[in-house]
Ligand binder design. Structure first.
Ligand code: NAD
Length: 420
């Protein structure tokens, strides 16, 4: 169904289309007049917002119905040909992706030469191209992405404000990548965590489609669906069962977000009932952020299950405990597609400081390991895992600090290739 927000604003209060669009996007305020925030114009704004909300509700209901129908996951061990799309991204993306490509080419040399695996470079997901076309993911890029089975993606820049949606949010929605899985380990402290973050709902589903009564208020929407929660909860408890984990922490703010987080917690417990050997515990996100830096408590946690925004924030905290965002990889998986990436962004300040070549590639290399496991190339994933362990123990002093005082990204790549 078409979104009529801008159209309604234009029709009901006589604003020009560009001014109405500017208001929708929270950017251009040029078309606003003094009387517009009160009286008749405010009434028109409210009516437009209400009909916009109806559109959103209907769209989300349709999405919930589609999810209920479900889709079987791809069995990669049976697949004759697997296409891995490689996307450089922005900022330090091309630097770390260069090493990831070299590693995949070496690990998958046999499969590439036999045609079982194809590495396909996907161009055009750059901030320059996206801004020029005004599209979070340009149509031809999305088509190229959909021709692949799995993706390894460098970080992409999202401008603050404006209307350009994050490429990641768009891809997660378009490819229905509902599970964001982020492992964090600190063996010497007994930390072995894995986070299951819901990846398509919460504050992100409609993040660029909130409403604004200019000069008066803005309102964004948070979405939790039954089917969306059930499938991420199932993924977390299945993982726990398959990996002998005994505890899943369900982390919400259900005391405040009573509808959305309340439903997330309730459904998570319904799913948990199918896994009686696993303890399901409720935690609030605020105290959980404190728990992660509490050395007396933190090693007791194993699997975390969280709505989108909390998962986004707390996994950066967890990565920092592991050694920094440059050390953590993540998987975005759905039934049909999967995308693997570093958890960090494009580090524009590092580029500005001329330190891009010193970026740490272990984040994207850990993501590459997760990709290999996902496509059932376990032996290659183990080889990468073991080589990374050796290199990160820095027996020969190839230490990447992210700055000029450390090794370059490419030096670490050379070292890793030696150890594979
Ligand atoms: P950032 O993750 O890019 O950087 C945070 C800090 O971590 C910076 O000090 C940076 O130098 C450092 N850092 C990041 N990766 C590193 C690496 N591999 N090695 C060494 N140091 C590293 O976060 P930000 O500055 O908030 O975001 C920059 C841009 O990235 C924004 O446009 C944001 O929207 C985008 N972003 C994209 C993704 C993604 O594509 N998955 C994720 C997060 C942020």
């Amino acid at each position: 169904m078409m979104d009529r927000w801008a159209e309604n604003r234009k029709r009901e209060d006589g604003l020009s289309e560009s001014a109405a669009q500017g208001k929708k996007e929270g950017g251009d305020q040029a078309g606003r007049t003094a009387g517009e925030t009160a009286g008749v114009s405010t009434e028109a704004g409210i009516r437009a917002a209400v009909s916009h909300f109806e559109v959103l509700l209907r769209e989300q209901l349709l999405r919930q119905q589609r999810m209920e129908e479900g889709e079987a996951a791809v069995d990669y061990s049976e697949k004759a040909r697997i296409t891995i799309g490689l996307i450089d991204g922005d900022g330090i993306g091309p630097v770390i992706m260069r090493e990831a490509r070299r590693v995949l080419e070496k690990l998958l040399a046999d499969e590439i030469s036999s045609g079982r695996v194809v590495l396909r470079k996907i161009e055009g997901l750059t901030i320059e191209n996206r801004l020029a076309l005004g599209k979070a993911v340009p149509d031809d890029v999305l088509e190229a992405i959909k021709s692949c089975d799995v993706l390894l993606k460098g970080p992409t820049t999202t401008p603050k404000g404006g209307s350009l949606e994050s490429a990641n949010v768009t891809l997660r929605r378009e490819l229905d990548l509902f599970a964001n899985v982020r492992p964090v380990t600190v063996p010497e402290e007994g930390i072995d965590w894995i986070f299951f973050r819901e990846n398509t709902e919460g504050e992100y589903a409609l993040g660029s489609r909130g409403v604004e009564l200019p000069g008066a208020l803005t309102m964004d929407f948070k979405v939790t669906t039954d089917a969306g929660t059930r499938r991420i909860a199932r993924a977390a408890f299945e993982y726990a069962r398959r990996n002998g984990k005994k505890n899943v922490a369900i982390v919400t703010k259900a005391n405040i977000m009573k509808k959305t987080d309340g439903m997330f917690s309730r459904i998570a417990h319904e799913v948990a009932a199918d896994y009686p050997e696993i303890e399901a515990e409720d935690w609030y996100i605020d105290i959980m952020t404190a728990n992660l830096v509490n050395p007396r408590l933190r090693s007791r946690f194993q699997v975390f299950l969280l709505p989108n925004l909390y998962g986004d924030i707390i996994t950066d905290e967890a990565a920092q405990i592991q050694g920094g965002v440059g050390t953590a990889g993540s998987a975005n998986t759905g039934s049909r597609y999967a995308m693997f990436e570093a958890i960090h962004g494009s580090a524009p300040r590092k580029i500005e400081a001329g330190e891009g070549e010193y970026a740490n590639p272990s984040s994207i290399l850990k993501a590459a390991e997760m990709l290999l496991r996902h496509i059932a190339m376990t032996e290659q994933a183990d080889r990468l895992h073991n080589a990374l362990e050796i290199c990160l123990e820095t027996e020969r002093g190839v230490i990447v600090t992210g700055h000029r005082d450390g090794a370059r990204c490419a030096e670490f790549g050379d070292y890793l290739l030696e150890k594979l």
